[in-house]
Ligand binder design. Structure first.
Ligand code: IPE
Ligand code: IPE
Ligand code: MG
Length: 244
């Protein structure tokens, strides 16, 4: 059932964590957990559409995840390509537009082709923007932003004094999307692991012990309800917020 109330987060971001531990709990290899996590991605997309969430960002692979055993990294990349092939049609039908956040240059040609393919195939989607963070980290993004601004200053396009928060935002890889309203992290870990450090400045945080493959639509709805009970003050007083 759709959640009532107008206070639905426009942008939900999720750190999908706990696949490995979920697999271990079931006596299986880590990749089995990743494979089962795909169903939770489907559920999160469905729940976002149902509730009127407009942007869903999923942290699928961090720059640090390259350090995992080669066979796990390979299996994850293969799973990504397979999922793109399997899900693309349904995503189009649902009105979902897929966009990629992260450094593609390090990925294999095959993965890069799949990412371009899903972006092209789903570009007409207008109900939900699904942002896949792949080979993403906040420190990568912030460093890149600093480089781009420095280049523009060096080229005389902008002056150092003119650099303000809007300049920074415009040079982030996330420039075309609003900041997340709600961040969910599964698996009991309470950290950001290099995810959207700038963008999460005023985001509401929701942590659950549930492992990602067990994260159902009902769990997603629970997170939204928790969000609906929060008061976002942005540094002001409650009275000031009410008078706005
Ligand atoms: C999240 O699950 C998926 C990725 C990071 C790719 P993990 O693989 O981190 O699972 P745990 O945290 O080891 O249980
Ligand atoms: C964060 O999970 C990255 C993704 C979910 C893609 P990790 O499992 O890599 O994070 P740490 O190592 O526990 O901080
Ligand atoms: Mg993990």
């Amino acid at each position: 059932m759709e959640i009532s109330g107008n206070n639905i987060p426009r942008h939900v971001a999720i750190i999908m964590d706990g696949n490995g531990r979920w697999a271990e709990k079931h006596g299986k290899e880590r990749i089995f957990g990743h494979m089962n996590g795909v169903e939770s991605v489907r559920n999160a997309v469905r729940a976002s559409l149902k509730n009127g969430v407009r942007y869903l960002t999923l942290y699928a692979f961090s720059t640090e995840n390259w350090g995992r055993p080669a066979e796990e990294v390979e299996a994850l990349m293969e799973l990504l390509c397979q999922s793109i092939e399997n899900e693309s049609k349904e995503l189009c039908k649902q009105g979902v537009r897929v966009e990629i956040l992260g450094d593609r240059s390090r990925m294999s040609e095959k993965v890069q082709e799949h990412l371009s393919l899903i972006e092209t195939q789903t570009r007409k989607g207008e109900k939900l923007t699904l942002i896949l963070a792949i080979n993403y980290s906040s420190r990568w993004e912030i460093t890149r932003m600093a480089q781009h601004i420095a280049q523009e200053v060096a080229q005389g396009k902008i002056t150092p004094e003119s650099v303000d928060q809007q300049t920074v935002i415009a040079h982030m890889a996330t420039a075309s999307w609003p900041d997340p309203d709600l961040l969910i992290r599964t698996s009991g870990e309470r950290r950001l692991s290099n995810f959207l450090l700038w963008q999460l400045a005023y985001t509401e945080l929701y942590f659950t012990d549930i492992y990602w493959p067990d994260f159902t639509e009902a769990e997603y709805d629970k997170a939204i309800r928790s969000y609906q009970g929060r008061e976002r003050r942005y540094g002001l007083t409650t009275k000031q917020r009410r008078e706005k």
